[in-house]
Design a binder for this molecule. Structure first.
Ligand code: ITT
Length: 187
């Protein structure tokens, strides 16, 4: 089966831009199913993805595989917080608030994405992650969300200081979405 297009259900235009750029290289076009899916209180990104998949109606675009993803930043100094609550924390206290919480704490972190695809009755979920540290102050204007404070391991620059191609190479989303693209190309 050759998949030429998929529908990505997300409210986030920045995610859409990153996901489109990846799938373009696999010859797959990404339709934006713009919607905010309910996110239940859950312990893991994978559980949130399962709930998101269950909430997307398949009748919207019959026959087109549906993609959803959920991402979060896990701070070791805060025992994994905010994790699945990353959106709430970003919207409520912002990067400044996160940096204040981390004062005097260990600064290692990981960024993770769980991505799920539904094709007919089949669901498949995968994950991608990148290890790094949290900068002492936000740097860079590229990207979105937590990008200005996340420094991927092995480098000095934050995701906010990298080009979109550079970010994608190491990023949680780059890794997760490339594995979805490979999965689809082997169907
Ligand atoms: P959905 O509609 O797809 O759920 P969302 O923006 O609610 O979009 P998430 O819950 O997955 O997405 O994101 C959690 C938070 O993490 C949110 O504040 C995002 O801005 C941020 N985030 C997600 N991916 C990121 C990335 O690659 N770089 C920086 N911040 C990111």
């Amino acid at each position: 089966m050759v998949v030429r297009r998929i529908a990505f259900a997300t409210s986030n235009a920045d995610k859409l831009r990153e996901v489109r750029a990846i799938f373009r290289r696999y010859g797959v076009s990404v339709l934006w199913d713009r919607r905010r899916l309910p996110e239940p209180q859950a312990d893991s990104l994978r559980e949130v993805v399962r709930a998101k998949l269950a909430a997307v109606p398949s009748r919207a675009l019959p026959g087109v595989p549906v993609l959803v993803e959920d991402s979060g930043i896990f701070l070791s100094g805060l025992r994994g917080f905010p994790g699945v609550y990353s959106r709430f924390v970003y919207d409520s206290i912002g990067l400044g608030g996160v940096l204040r919480l981390l004062e005097g704490q260990e600064r290692t972190a990981s960024f993770r994405t769980a991505a799920g695809i539904r094709i007919g009755r089949t669901e498949w979920i995968t994950e991608g992650r990148v290890e790094g540290t949290i900068a002492s102050a936000p740097r860079g204007t590229a990207g979105f969300g937590y990008d200005p404070i996340f420094v991927p391991r092995g480098g000095r620059r934050t995701f906010g200081e990298l080009s979109s191609e550079e970010k994608e190479r190491f990023s949680h989303r780059g890794r997760a979405i490339r594995s979805v693209a490979r999965y689809l190309s082997h169907l």
